[in-house]
Design a protein around this ligand. Structure first.
Ligand SMILES: *Cc1c(COP(=O)(O)O)cnc(C)c1O
Length: 231
């Protein structure tokens, strides 16, 4: 399917989820996750009206930044970020979705020329394989970040487990929203924490119902040209 038709379908489903939950579609931004596809395919997404692109590897990000520089997309780094890769990507991204440890915050603080919008990645699923910090670590972590002037805590991010059990997925997203409320209550100068980055191809309608402001959609929007599964 072409990206335009996929995007139309996704917008329809987002609109329906908004109706069910009393939200407005303008509250939700779709990030096209282009990690499985070529720069040309990513360009199709931009031509279809997408402004936000997400990559999870430094090499993929830098390559597409170069190839798509005239289109000026808003870049999101969505994957596990190795501390030693921060320097290479920091000037190219507007958002980092995977802030999950103090050593990474130290490196962002050191390398950034200006405040970077970061999402604290939270493991809401209790699956040991998932990245992100435990829910009870989030508030102490955010408080420590008040000393980091180059870090702005834009919001929280999570990945739900791969399961057909909608109740499990919904509970992860709901936890993230409740946690956002607790961070907002801190009223910390660099933690407005207004955003929720949650929802992928399989579960974005649930995420929208539970308050997502950014959904990260790869395979069902731009497809998967690697032929493999999700990585
Ligand atoms: C790959 C990836 C996505 C998109 O996954 P799809 O299931 O293809 O939509 C979203 N978020 C993160 C963190 C990813 O790594």
């Amino acid at each position: 399917m072409d990206v335009k038709s996929n995007l139309r379908h996704i917008h329809d489903r987002i609109n329906e989820a908004c109706k069910r939950s009393g939200r407005t579609p303008e509250e939700i931004s779709v990030i096209a996750v282009t990690k499985y596809v070529s720069p040309e395919r990513a360009r199709e997404a931009l031509d279809a009206g997408i402004r936000h692109l997400g990559e999870n590897r430094d090499a993929g990000l830098l390559h597409k930044c170069e190839m798509l520089k005239d289109e000026r997309p808003v870049w999101h780094f969505i994957g596990t970020l190795q501390t030693r890769k921060v320097k290479a990507i920091i000037d190219h991204v507007s958002y980092i979705h995977s802030l999950d440890r103090l050593s990474l915050a130290d490196e962002i603080q050191k390398r950034a020329q200006k405040p970077v919008d970061c999402f604290v990645q939270v493991n809401t699923s209790l699956e040991p394989s998932k990245h992100g910090m435990a829910t009870d670590e989030v508030l102490p972590f955010v408080k420590k970040l008040s000393a980091y002037e180059n870090i702005k805590i834009a919001g929280l991010m999570t990945m739900a487990p791969f399961t057909d059990d909608e109740a499990v997925i919904r509970s992860c997203f709901r936890q993230l929203r409740e946690l956002r409320g607790e961070v907002q209550k801190l009223d910390q100068w660099n933690a407005p924490c207004s955003e929720l980055s949650m929802g992928m191809s399989n579960d974005y309608t649930i995420a929208v119902e539970e308050g997502a402001t950014f959904v990260r959609i790869g395979s069902s929007l731009v497809g998967n040209e690697t032929g493999g599964g999700q990585s």
